[in-house]
Structure formats: C-alpha cells, structure tokens
Design a protein around this ligand. Structure first.
Ligand SMILES: Cc1cc2nc3c(=O)[nH]c(=O)nc-3n(C[C@H](O)[C@H](O)[C@H](O)COP(=O)(O)OP(=O)(O)OC[C@H]3O[C@@H](n4cnc5c(N)ncnc54)[C@H](O)[C@@H]3O)c2cc1C
Length: 476
C-alpha cells in the first residue's frame, strides 16, 4: 500500500467533518476556483473546501496551521486582482455555503450576515422594512459581503454613502491560528474593524458581519446626460461637486462603451454622444426639484447635448441598465478585457483620461472607460483578442503604466478591486519602505506563520521577510 500524502490525509479529515461532497480535489473542478474574473492571475488550488459555519472554518484553519498548509478565503471570486487565488500549493476555503441572513433588526437598522451572503441579498432582505444596504458594487448580484469587507468595496453609490468600512459595525474573525474573535460592536481601544476591513483576507477569515442599514430615500431622480467629449463630461463632473452638490452617484461611460452598448443591446443615445454621465440624486422630496434643476443647469452649461430624466423605478432601471451592461457589451467586442482600477483626484480626470489614451495608442491597444467619476475611481478596460504571451505582457505593462500615471497625479493604486497579486509589486511606488515595513510587522504579528493568503498585498520584490526585518530593525 502506498503511503498517503500528508495533504491527502488532511483533506480526508476535512471530508470526514464536512462530507465528501464538500471537499473538491479533482483537477477539472479545481479550475473553476483558479481565477477571480481577471484573465491574468490564475493559480490552481490543491483543493477547495466548503465549511458550513464558524466552527468548521476554525477547525480547518487550525488543521492547516498545524500541517503548515497555506489557505485562502473565497467568496464569489469576482475580485479581479488575484486575491482569492491559492498560491504556494494552498487550499481554498469557499464560503458559499455560509450564505444565511442571520438577522435583520429594523429598529437598530442592522443586519447580521454570514460571509457568503450576496451583496444584493442584503438590500433585498432589508427592503420590507424600507431599508437598504448602501455599498453596492456593480458585481452586487453575485459578490459576497465577506469579499466586500476584505476589499472594502464601494460602488456607484459610494460617492454619497461611503464604502464598506463606513457601514460595518462588527465582525467575527477566525484568526490565522484558528482562534475566533469578535471585533467592533462599538468597542473602544484600537479600531480593529477598520484594520480588518480592506485587509484582503490576509489577517484571518471573516465568518460573520454586522452591517448598518439605511432608510430608503424618500425620492430618487436619475439623469442621463450625453456629451460630445469625455473632457466635457469630466468638467461637468467637477462642476457639480464644486457647486456643493453631492449626488448619490456620478458614473461615466466613454465613446468606446457607448459604441459597444449600441452594437450589443441596441441602446439609443443622441447621435454625437462621445461620453455619457449618469447622475443620481436622492433625499427628501422638498428640495429635490431645486437640486435637479441646479444639476441640469450645470450639465447644460458644461456642454450636455441632451438630458434624460427618470422619475420612477422602471425609467431608472432603464438608465442603469446601460451602466450595468457596459462590461457585458465590452465582452461582445473583444475576447478578453483586462480591467484596471485606479484612483485620481477628480479634478485630474481630463488629464488622466488623455494619458490613458496615449498609453493605449503607443502600445496599439484599445481601451474603454466605464467608471465612478464622482470619486475619481477609474476602470480603464484594455480590450484584446489574442492569448499569446506577448500580447498579455503588452496589456499588463499598459495597466502598470496607467497606474503609475494615477500615482503621479496624486491618486492611488486601487479604489475597490484590491491589491491582491496584481498590484503587490507596485505598492512601493506609493509607499516608502518604512511605511511598508509597518504593514509587514502588523501582518507578522497577526499571522506569524505566513500561511493566511500568502504573497498578496505586500511586495515580494523587496521581500516580505526583508520588509518585516526592516520593521523589526526599526523597532529596536
Ligand atoms: C463586473 C465587475 C464589476 C465590479 N464592480 C465593483 C464595484 O463597483 N465596486 C467594488 O468595490 N468592486 C467591484 N468589483 C470587484 C469585486 O466584485 C469586489 O471587490 C467584491 O467585493 C469581491 O467580492 P467576492 O465575494 O467576489 O470576493 P472574492 O473575489 O472571492 O475575494 C476577494 C478577496 O477577499 C478575500 N475574502 C473573500 N471572502 C473573505 C472572507 N469571508 N474573509 C476574509 N477574506 C475574504 C479573498 O481572500 C480575496 O482576497 C467588480 C468586479 C466585477 C467582475
């Protein structure tokens, strides 16, 4: 009899606890868990396990720690930066079976959720109480609240309501050694909730989240404005914010996206439309007409060719469909697209979009832009058709160049897709070695074995070990 591989024995023990169907080991099925929506960062896990509750997660993590097997949490796998992929022969803990809405409290206006609950399901559960959950990633129909916490996700309505960290009240965490802790819930002391939100699954696995719910606004008005250039639409964006108006959402789509939407779904836009701006205002009824009039005037003054207003849910859904189908439309005009995620000060939008065009032209690539203009969060989508390494390298380098421009213009490397594997090496363009060393020391303190989602977020170039050594030296 051949001796069993230690990992096989570990997986057998998981199967005994969870049931054989909850442990995936065959290569064909493992491919489903190799990527996270990006065509660039696939890595095949050794196995995928499906825990049912916090106790299961704690037991699996403890066993992995004892056996020195790396592990990574996974929600819906829509992160796009390679964050949910298993490196170093690790296993994936897929949290999709932990998908119960545990409680909705309409009096306290909170919801308590398992991590695998879909983002949209939170607002659906809260709707009967006239409440909603504000962070609304465009992937909200599938992405999970665990992934949202790990990426500190936002969405079109982030502009007014803030990102996930502004709405998480407490959470339960399985630490990298398997211990379970509860953080937040109004406690004083260090703000561990803020530390964990956005930590990309590198400091433990979130197994329960309590979030704040907001009352649904009394009234919502959505406008779709067409412009003859992206520059005009960018100027209009700045003008609205400079006037002291904070719309609930301010989203932009460029000419490439407009063309793709026309071709794919037959959307009708005015003839000369080279850019679309979607503006949504919400609030109480008195004052809304005035706000709408002010926004409309500003958009016209800055060159809007046409304005279309939606006043009810059906009309609004029609306008949002154009925004939400943008990525689908791009998928029809190119075999692959690589979506970048950078942040710049809003006032630098025209300059940044010009630089994006220059990068694309110099490298012979097509780029489409669909993004959260209000908070300067860009998503240049680089379109490409070939699978060859040369093309992929060109696309990756274009993405890196675009992000370098974001940093140069005073922005940041990611607004919502995380650092993951993709941007890990670029962190040193944004942070000084001492700053990175503090992060590395923090990570060392919370995950001394380095098994929890290894090789993500912090650069390997300088060597994570070297960085933490640098941190330790700084502490002496
Ligand atoms: C078409 C499209 C549109 C998008 N639009 C937006 C947008 O508008 N706003 C936005 O913010 N993002 C957007 N994203 C990115 C992505 O959907 C979000 O970042 C989302 O929050 C990821 O959730 P997920 O469940 O898919 O996480 P995954 O991709 O599964 O995981 C992401 C990271 O979170 C970690 N993680 C997952 N669950 C847990 C857990 N329970 N505990 C600890 N760590 C965990 C993983 O290890 C990984 O590092 C978009 C993606 C796509 C494909």
């Amino acid at each position: 009899m051949t001796p069993r591989d230690p990992l096989d024995r570990l997986l057998d023990s998981f199967a005994a606890r969870l049931g054989a169907e909850a442990v995936v080991r065959d290569a064909g099925r493992l491919h489903v868990y190799a990527g996270d929506g990006s065509p660039m960062h696939d890595a095949l896990p050794r196995a995928v396990v499906f825990p049912r509750d916090t106790a299961d997660v704690a037991a699996i993590v403890r066993a992995c720690a004892d056996a020195r097997v790396p592990f990574v949490a996974r929600g819906a796998g829509t992160g796009l930066s390679g964050g949910a992929t298993a490196l170093d022969g690790g296993i994936v803990l897929a949290l999709n079976r932990m998908d119960r809405v545990l409680a909705v409290d309409p009096v306290d206006r909170t919801a308590t959720l398992e991590p695998g609950v879909r983002n949209l399901a939170v607002s659906e559960a809260a709707a009967e109480h006239g409440l909603f959950y504000a962070p609304d990633p465009s992937s909200q129909a599938v992405c999970t609240v665990g992934g949202n916490v790990a990426h500190n996700s936002g969405g079109p309505h982030t502009l007014k309501h803030g990102v996930t960290v502004n709405h998480v009240l407490g959470l339960t965490l399985v630490q990298p050694d398997g211990h379970v802790v509860r953080v937040g819930d109004g406690a004083c002391g260090y703000d561990l909730l803020a530390l964990l939100t956005g930590s990309e699954g590198t400091l433990g696995i979130v197994t329960e989240v309590t979030v704040r719910l907001l009352r649904r606004p009394e009234t919502v008005v959505t406008l779709l404005a067409a412009f003859d250039s992206i520059e005009a639409a960018s100027e209009a964006t700045s003008a609205v914010i400079a006037a002291g108006i904070v719309p609930a959402a301010l989203e932009m789509l460029d000419a490439e996206v407009v063309t793709a939407l026309r071709a794919a779904f037959g959307f009708e836009f005015p003839g000369g439309a080279q850019a679309l701006l979607l503006v949504e205002c919400d609030g109480v009824l008195p004052g809304m007409d005035e706000e709408l009039a002010d926004v409309s005037t500003l958009l016209r003054e800055h060159g809007a060719l046409s304005l279309r207003a939606a006043h009810d849910d059906a009309e609004r859904a029609e306008i949002w469909t154009a925004r939400k189908k943008a990525f689908g439309a791009l998928g029809r005009i190119a075999r692959h697209y690589y979506t970048q995620d950078g942040v710049i000060p809003r006032t630098r939008l025209p300059e940044m979009l010009r630089r994006v065009r220059e990068v694309a032209a110099r490298r012979g690539l097509r780029v489409a832009n669909v993004f959260h203009a209000g908070d300067g969060n860009l998503h240049p989508c680089i379109l490409f058709d070939s699978d060859d390494d040369k093309t992929k390298r060109n696309v990756l380098e274009a993405g890196a160049e675009i992000l370098r421009h974001c940093v140069e213009l005073g922005g940041s490397l990611t607004g919502e897709h995380g650092v993951g594997v993709e941007k890990r090496e670029w962190m040193s363009t944004l942070y000084a070695p001492d700053d990175l060393a503090v992060m590395a020391r923090l990570r060392d303190a919370l995950d001394p074995s380095g098994l929890c989602n290894p090789k993500k977020v912090l650069p390997l170039g300088a060597g994570c070990g070297e960085l933490s050594a640098l941190g330790r030296r700084a502490a002496l």
